[in-house]
Write a protein that binds this ligand. Structure first.
Ligand SMILES: Cc1ncc(COP(=O)(O)O)c(C=O)c1O
Length: 339
């Protein structure tokens, strides 16, 4: 295993040994190719550069204390990757080829899988873009798939301590009939102005509202939102948010812990009724929320006064992390051991 300061890794890019590539040409996918280069040679008229034909995924591999590397619900990422490709008219990357590439890239970089108990994980980034040349606005004829890995520490430097969020009222990340449900680069570009503005004001991230009415909660930066009250886990239903695999899983865990769950539009006004709130996604699992500030009304919604997460948030987090790390039985059948 690589000799790194695993406990203090940033959530950033680090060169590993290999990445894999695959090209779609003449209507079919070619063979997976292995390389140690971090660069690509790309046509100046590639649609990925001009018209945003680009989608990606993010998932993690975890080292168990039994020395086995586990993947969390990778088929869900593979399916979402196909869905995202369809959303912007790209050739979808087949699920079976995704599996092969995923397992191969982990095996080739096994020395970079962080040790059990370090809090760090191996982040896996598959991406797909139009690499064929076009000048008119149309889908490319050629696509490039790349998958690389990088060991990462926790996404939020604060770790599992509650963070403050700012409601964004002057930028829309995605619109109801737009691309918000697809994991495409354009959504992230559209969110940057708001995220940077929130950080400049000292907030951890920006909470996006629905673009149409500015009345309902959409997303928490690059993560889904949830609120908890009366033993009920409540998370937004919206046509402009990414269907988070972490959120899906937390809903299942909440049910198994005897909580009620609701997926429905969550009005901003309802924030005052929650006793706990958080953001969830692969990167942070859960980022508990201390305060949410609404600049339009000057209202501060507060969920933590003592820098600790609420009891149900802690329970949900501990259960999911224990399953991912292989510390508790995988009662939901979510984990796959990478042989
Ligand atoms: C916009 C957005 N919402 C939600 C999520 C969480 O999704 P997942 O739990 O599948 O990582 C992500 C990705 O992490 C995201 O980029």
């Amino acid at each position: 295993m690589e000799n790194l300061d695993w406990k203090n890794l940033p959530f950033g890019y680090m060169k590993t040994d290999y990445n894999l590539r695959c090209i779609y040409r003449n209507g079919k996918w070619g063979k997976l190719e292995t390389t140690s280069s971090e660069y690509i040679n790309i046509h100046i008229a590639a649609t990925g550069l001009h018209y945003g034909q680009e989608a990606f995924e993010g998932l993690k591999a975890y080292m168990g204390k039994d020395g086995k590397v586990r993947l969390f619900r990778w088929e869900e990422n593979a399916k979402r990757f196909i869905y995202s490709a369809g959303g912007i008219k790209m050739a979808p990357f087949p699920l079976e080829l995704f599996r092969e590439a995923l397992f191969e890239v982990i095996s080739l970089n096994k020395r970079f899988v962080p040790p059990h108990g370090s809090g760090a994980t191996l982040y896996i980034r598959p991406l797909l873009f139009g690499s064929g040349a076009e000048v008119g606005v149309k889908p490319a004829q050629e696509y490039t798939f790349i998958i690389f890995v990088t060991p990462v520490g926790p996404y939020f430097k604060e770790g599992f301590t509650p963070v403050n969020m700012l409601i964004c009222r002057d930028v829309d990340r995605a619109s109801p009939m737009g691309t918000g449900t697809f994991k495409v680069g354009g959504n992230y570009a559209a969110s940057l102005r708001a995220i940077i503005a929130a950080k400049e004001k000292g907030y951890s991230n920006s909470i996006f509202l629905d673009a149409k009415e500015k009345k309902y909660i959409d997303e928490c930066g690059p993560a889904n939102f949830f609120g908890i009250k009366d033993n009920t886990y409540i998370t937004p239903k919206s046509e402009s948010i990414l269907n988070s695999i972490t959120n899906m899983s937390l809903i299942e865990i909440a049910k198994s812990l005897g909580m009620k769950t609701e997926r429905r539009p969550v009005p901003v006004d309802e924030l005052s009724t929650f006793t706990e709130a958080g953001a969830c996604g692969t990167a942070a699992v859960i980022s508990p929320i201390a305060k949410i500030f609404d600049p339009e009304t000057n209202i501060v919604y507060e969920y933590s006064k003592d820098c600790t997460a609420g009891p149900l948030t802690i329970k949900l987090y501990n259960k999911l992390v224990a399953i991912q790390n292989g510390d508790e039985p995988d009662e939901f059948g979510w984990m796959t051991i990478v042989k």
